[in-house]
Every structure is written in C-alpha cells, then in structure tokens.
Design a protein. Structure first.
Length: 346
C-alpha cells in the first residue's frame, strides 16, 4: 500500500453529491469515502455511483448518503497484499480501504498498484481530432473529447483509465481545436504518464493518424476513440490479445435498439403477423482496438483512412483479426442524448 494523502479521498456525511464529486476530481482515483461525525468510514462512492444517482433523479445538491454504498469491503492493517488482491478479484473491485478497529481510515489499497500495472510496455493512441458536429453547439468552441461529463473532460477520463491500467505512454491524435487539448494535458506528467501529440493537418479519420507515429512501437498498440466513457478492463484485453495470437483485436459489445413501430410479416399481399415494437440485438464495434506493430505499414501516410478499412485490408491479406467481447460500462458520446445519458440527465 503506497503512502497517499488520504484526506483527498474523504468527505463528511453531510456534504452534497457535488462535494463528493469535487473530492473525486481532486484525487483522480474516481473514489470518495464518507466519514461520520466520529471519523468512522460509513460509505464508499465511485464515479458510477454518482451517475447512477443522477439517473434516478437526484441532483448535485442531494445528500451524499443517497448515492454512497454502505455495504463495502474493507480490511485491517495486518491483511497482506495477496489476501487483498484475492478480495479484489473475487468481488471485481479496484480499491479496498484500510480501517482500524474503530473504523477510521488508515489507507487505501488500489488494484493497479497491487498488480504492478506500471510495468505495461504498451503505448496507446487516442483519437481526439473529430469536430463533433452532432454535438453542436457544445463543440462550437470546444473539441468534443473535452466536453465535460460529471465534472471532468471525457478525454481526461480516457487518459486516466489507461494510466490506471499501467499505460504510461499515450499519443493524442488532434486536429479540431487541438491546442485546447495540448494546453490542458501538456506533457502528461500531471496525469501520471507521458503524452505526445499526433497533429493532423487535415482530418485523417479513425485510423489515418497511425501513420504519424514517430516510430513503430515494439509491443501491441492500443487504439481507441477519445469520445467514449468506458470501464473496459485493459489488462484483460491485452492478455486476451496475446493469448489468441491475432494481428489485431476488435473490442465488441452487445447493443439493443427498439423499433418504435409494429413490424409486419407478410407473404405476398397477405398479412402473416405483426410484432409490436420489437427489440433488435446486435454485436457492435466499440471503437477500442489492439494492433500488432506489423500491421501499421498498411496505413497510408497523410490520407484519410477509417480504421475499418484497415481491418478490411488485413482480412484481404490473410492476417488474423480477433474480437474481444466485454460488458463493462461503455458510452459513446456522439449525440446529445448520449451526452445527457453520460451526465446522468436522462
């Protein structure tokens, strides 16, 4: 357990949801712990808890008790690293507070530190150059990846998520209002990583910026869109890609949409049946990929190039492309309804 400033994680039981969000923004770990008047930890709050609370109709001024988890897992100071890691894996959680016998906070175990996440050699390329025309007027003076969701830019959430899984070298592909992104992230040191920029003189699509990489990486590269909010397990993704031995892996997930009309079945001019407002299920591309260095030469230099074309070329060359199915949280913030959903406003 690394020494941390635990005060950044603690809020009082009388604060509002806004106060908890401010603490989460301050500590960058998407976590806040709630103390009662006697200094005992009585609840845990994550980013997801806040968004789910807002979805239920709560407001930023609602009491923090309305969203906190009271039944949380904690350990004492004598529990060893292996036992804590077993707890995290069995419960699928990423942080465990350390409490004394009185319930007072002594520290916090984080999954990324226990598994040595800082050792990941992979680099990531995040596509952040789009104009976001479907999100106007929000994007008239702000690049889409910098739109705020629950108090933090979407792109910052992407960067911190990658850093949380041990990715320490990140390239941001920028074009539209890219200077705003550069001014915000700088060299990445304030976010626990090194950030470099792939500057597109003209839009290069979802894959063309790969041709701007200053060097071919030595390890599989993560490519993802910068306008999505996701809790995908990056370690599991990379391990799956390595185990399957594919040249590329496409992340996919279930998607369901409802047709708002009755769907007619007919034979010639005879009605056979009507299905009222059926739901249609698909497996969709989630905009997250792992690429072996050997496929990068297929990307043309300086041309607009959709990443889906890269996979078409790979398949035509007989290169194996795998899929990685995941069900963790994922929101593609491409439309106004998506933005409202991400902010918990629907």
């Amino acid at each position: 357990m690394r020494a941390i400033d635990i005060k950044k994680f603690v809020v009082g039981h009388r604060v509002s949801i806004r106060g908890a969000m401010e603490a989460i923004n301050e500590n960058w770990r998407e976590l806040a712990l709630v103390e009662d008047a006697e200094g005992r930890v009585v609840g845990v709050i994550t980013d997801g808890d806040i968004r789910r609370g807002l979805l239920r109709g709560l407001t930023m001024d609602s009491p923090v008790a309305e969203v906190m988890t009271r039944d949380f897992k904690a350990v004492g100071p004598d529990v060893d690293r292996a036992a804590v890691l077993d707890i995290m894996k069995s419960l699928s959680i990423r942080h465990v507070p350390v409490l004394n016998h009185e319930g007072e906070l002594l520290g916090i175990h984080f999954l990324e530190e226990l598994i040595g996440a800082s050792l990941r050699p992979n680099v990531a390329v995040v596509m952040a150059g789009g104009m976001g025309t479907r999100l106007r007027p929000f994007t008239e003076n702000c690049p889409k990846p910098m739109i705020m969701v629950a108090g933090r830019p979407i792109l910052e959430r992407v960067v911190l998520h990658l850093v949380g899984y041990g990715i320490r070298k990140i390239y941001l592909a920028i074009n539209y209002k890219g200077k705003m992104i550069e001014d915000y992230f700088g060299d990445g040191s304030a976010f626990g990583c090194t950030i470099e920029y792939l500057r597109e003189d003209s839009p290069l699509g979802t894959g063309g910026a790969l041709s701007l990489l200053p060097e071919v990486p030595r390890h599989p590269l993560i490519l993802m869109n910068g306008d999505q909010i996701t809790q995908i397990n990056i370690s599991k993704l990379l391990d799956c890609h390595s185990r399957e031995g594919k040249d590329a892996t496409v992340c996919v997930r279930p998607y369901q949409t409802e047709i708002p009309f009755g769907v007619v079945q007919q034979e010639g001019n005879r009605l056979v049946g009507i299905t009222e407002k059926p739901s249609v299920h698909y497996i969709i591309n989630a905009g997250i990929y792992v690429l072996e260095p050997c496929v990068l030469p297929l990307v043309p230099k300086g041309e607009e190039f959709p990443v889906t074309t890269l996979f078409d070329l790979m398949l035509s060359h007989g290169k194996p492309v795998g899929v990685h199915y995941f069900e963790e949280e994922w929101i593609d913030v491409g439309r106004h309804d998506d933005l409202k959903r991400a902010n918990g406003a629907i």
